[in-house]
Design a protein around this ligand. Sequence first.
Ligand code: ZN
Length: 150
Amino acid sequence: MKMSSSDRAAGARMAPGSIVASGFLGDDSRPLADIIEADEEAFRALGLDFGLAAEGLGALLKEGEAGLGAELRHGKGLVLSSDEARGKAPCPWGDGLHHKGSVRIGLAGSADFLLVSELSLHLLREHHFCQGRGSPFRLEPSLVKRVLEA
Ligand SMILES: [Zn+2]
């Protein structure tokens, strides 16, 4: 996939310490456009829709935040816990500011979990960007599916 100039600028802001300490790319060495293209293919193959996935995870984010740090069960399959962080972080594409607070969505009986924040869900919905492999906030498509179906 060809990189647009806005993708190039966004990619530069994804380095560790530019917007968030851990950055957005983890140890993924693929170009931004390739990461997005591969995850779009994975979403298609799994029958997932970016908008619906962001909506479903957004509902869990809100539910987890209401626990104010305490662990909450969501049905039988999920354990939610919030991590309050003050302030806002900008989208690397420069189209908005998002609260930094995050919620850990754990699959019960498993070590697997997703970390979601307003920003990570914005990246998912608007930019189809699940973040790089190794990024703490990566929304691995197969794990997104397991969480939404738990
Ligand atoms: Zn954006």
